[in-house]
Design a protein around this ligand. Structure first.
Ligand code: ADP
Ligand code: MG
Length: 695
């Protein structure tokens, strides 16, 4: 249960004064969350310093300054003209115009009466050799000079929201910060010179010093550290809980695996063999395995998992394979079941959509141990699913599941070995942050004989040629993925929506040839569209990134990504991995609109290499360059206060600290433990605290 002291932080935004039902959704959109705490985590992007007070003629173009001027005259725009309303002011050095579009004259006349002296603060622009300020941020009479803040935070906004409204909401949120007990080690605080939590937050939001926003400022570092510590502590608790339980020793005999190997049309690569050897060594131990298997798309993780599952069965246990979607579960079942059966094992499929007698039969087979292997979605881990003796659970595409699901799994098979697989390689520097609770194996080699994917960058202006190319590919019997970045046309960013693109392609290729799949479709409807494509009934699948992970269509050998500059590097790499699975030469066309420098670097990196590990490192480097790259899809944890490029040193400290804390106080029951529990709640790690004995 969240401690009451945190209630004000987890109250809805509307609990803040001045934030009503109209403003709250706008703030929620800007800060990515509808709680007061989300607003606090929304740190300013910059500071406006208004302390400069030059004379008018000393100003330079672009300078933000506060000027003391006399109002000379108002110049209303001639009626129906597009010209702005101007108020000409001056000091002893010269004249400056204040410029207003869509002005309300009565308001301006009262704020800037002719002959009066006023302080005006804003960004000075030099236009045709003369200084002007359009829409000053502040106008105040000399006796109210303190209404103009010396330094002011600048926040990321959303349409309809202003700096003033968001700034005021943030100040009100800061005004109700609870006094929280210090959770950090006093030695660390002293060594780093960090302020207390509340002071750090207040400093950063208030732009207390011009450097307050630098990632290396003590206040910023402290906030980043708190977030990293919460994450590391959560991982360490999960890891400690998992390892505290005895595991099953699953040494195997090799008998079933040998039959599977005989049935396979290929031999394993050296990389697959060495990953398998690491997995086997863990399984043989009487402790629980918690291992991450990383391998690029197409590197052959499934067969490694299958052989590990066979080893569990050889040892008298059962094995489960969990995929993130129904479609993927079915696809894996289609691969796994025949091989399992060839070896004399029985496999069942269990997804949310399997109901009735069939489901009952599958459940009975698992409970009685007649079925040794279960393939499914998270439906596998619902309450009514009972295994006779679950020895190994494999989770495919781990990044779609969180720590919570991992915990749920541990509860299912209390001593179950766990193998999680991901096709999104994690840069070594980030392994700790993302998977600090696991050991890891890598398959850094693809099976032989794969043709490289021809990757090209094409300007969107050449769309017609691309469409013609797609038409030819389809005529030649190939299938094509066409990926678009957004579901619906959005007025702010006029990108072609999937629906429009599908309609346009249907005009060229015929209505029946074009399928559509996107995230706003209902699950069954979307799966049906995928199935049509899989079965070859549709030849082009226009989709959003829902096709990103795992889907395997052998005849699909062309992928077009529209507005590729909008996608993250890791994500583009995943998308490209959808093709190049069959024997035909494949191509990937990255259509770009406006290229920023980073976007260009991203796309050329992608063209230069198809090594997922190299791409992951480049992704991190470019992310460090400050561009947001769809963290959610990339499998990396999302931090709101920490910047992994800037705070890598803190990650290591947090990691060591978390280990030390749990070694001394495994249930977080002591005084610092109580403060640390509060930290975990603060970062919404409630489910982790729930696994601790109540302190
Ligand atoms: P991923 O790692 O992306 O899950 P898969 O396990 O789906 O990759 O394997 C991709 C394809 O490669 C599958 O068709 C699989 O049968 C094939 N494959 C796996 N291992 C090998 C190998 N050693 N030699 C040849 N083909 C292989
Ligand atoms: Mg796979």
């Amino acid at each position: 249960m969240r401690p009451p002291i945190l209630y004000p932080l987890f109250a809805p935004l509307t609990s803040l004064p001045g934030v009503g039902p109209r403003i709250a959704p706008l703030i929620a959109r800007a800060v990515d969350g509808d709680k007061v705490v989300d607003l606090l985590w929304h740190l300013p992007q910059g500071c406006i310093d208004r302390t400069a007070r030059p004379a008018v003629m000393e100003t330079t173009d672009g300078l933000t300054a506060t000027l003391t001027v006399r109002v000379l005259r108002h110049e209303a725009a001639p009626p129906k003209s597009r010209s702005p309303y101007r108020v000409v002011c001056a000091d002893d050095s010269g004249e400056i115009a204040l410029v207003f579009f869509h002005a309300r004259e009565d308001y301006l006349r009262s704020a800037l009466p002719e002959g009066a002296t006023r302080l005006v603060s804003g960004r000075v622009e030099w236009f045709r050799g003369a200084p002007q300020i359009s829409h000053p941020d502040y106008i105040a009479p000399p006796d109210k000079a303190d209404e103009i803040p010396a330094v002011e935070a600048v926040y990321g906004l959303t349409g309809g929201l202003t700096q003033r409204v968001l700034g005021k909401a943030a100040r009100n949120a800061l005004a109700r910060l609870p006094e929280l007990a210090e959770w950090n080690d006093p030695h660390l605080l002293r060594r780093e010179g960090w302020p207390a939590w509340g002071a750090a937050l207040a400093d950063v939001h208030a732009c207390a010093t011009p450097e307050a926003l630098s990632p290396q400022h003590p206040a910023r570092r402290r906030l980043a550290f708190d977030e990293l510590l919460a994450a590391q502590l959560a991982l360490s608790v999960v890891r400690a809980k998992a390892r505290a339980r005895p595991g099953l020793a699953l040494p195997g005999t090799g008998a079933l695996a040998a039959r599977i190997r005989t049935a396979l049309p290929f031999t394993l690569t050296a990389a697959q063999e060495s990953a398998l050897a690491e997995i086997h060594a863990d399984m043989a131990q009487p402790t629980r395995m918690l291992r991450l298997l990383q391998g690029d798309v197409g590197s052959g993780k499934t067969v490694v998992a299958l052989l590990a599952m066979a080893r569990a069965v050889e040892s008298g246990a059962q094995a489960a394979f969990m995929a993130p979607t129904d479609l993927l579960a079915r696809q894996h079942f289609a691969t796994i079941a025949p091989l399992a059966e060839a070896a004399g094992m029985s496999a069942v499929l269990l997804t949310g959509r399997d109901k009735g007698a069939e489901r009952a039969a599958a459940l009975a087979a698992l409970a009685e141990g007649r079925a040794q292997i279960a393939v499914g979605t998270h439906a596998l881990f619902q309450d009514d699913v009972a295994f006779r003796r679950l020895g190994l659970a494999v989770i495919d595409e781990q990044h779609r599941f969180g720590v919570r699901q991992r915990l749920m799994l541990s509860d299912k098979g209390r001593d179950t070995d766990l193998l999680v697989m991901t096709a999104t390689p994690i840069p070594r520097t980030l392994m700790l942050a993302a998977y600090g609770d696991m050991d890891s194996s890598r398959i850094a080699e693809r099976p032989p004989g794969r043709l490289p994917i021809d990757t090209r960058l094409v300007a969107l202006s050449r769309l017609a040629e691309v469409v013609e190319g797609v038409r030819r590919a389809v005529a030649a019997g190939r299938q094509v993925y066409w990926v678009c970045p957004l579901v619906e046309g959005d007025e702010e960013t006029p990108l072609t929506s999937v629906e429009e693109r599908a309609a346009a392609l249907a005009q060229v290729l015929g209505k029946d040839a074009v399928g559509l799949a996107h995230g706003r479709m209902k699950g069954p409807e979307r799966d049906a569209a995928m199935q049509d494509f899989l079965a070859g009934r549709t030849r082009v699948l226009v989709a959003t990134t829902v096709i990103e992970v795992g889907v395997d269509v052998a005849d699909a050998s062309v992928i077009v990504v529209e507005h590729a500059e909008r996608f993250g590097l890791a994500q583009l790499h995943q998308l490209r991995g959808r093709v190049g699975r069959g024997s035909a030469a494949s191509s990937c066309l990255l259509l770009y609109g406006n290229l920023t420098e980073t976007a260009q670097e991203r796309l050329t990196t992608l063209r230069a290499t198809d090594d997922g590990f190299a791409i992951a490192e480049a992704d991190l480097r470019l992310r460090g360059a400050g561009e947001l790259l769809g963290t959610r899809q990339s499998g990396l944890p999302e931090f709101r206060l920490a910047d992994l490029a800037a705070h890598a040193d803190l990650l290591a400290i947090a990691r060591a600290d978390a280990e030390r804390i749990l070694a001394m106080d495994p249930e977080l029951a002591g005084a610092r433990g109580a403060a640390l529990r509060c930290l975990l709640y603060l970062f919404s790690r409630d489910s982790v605290v729930a696994t601790l004995r109540s302190g």
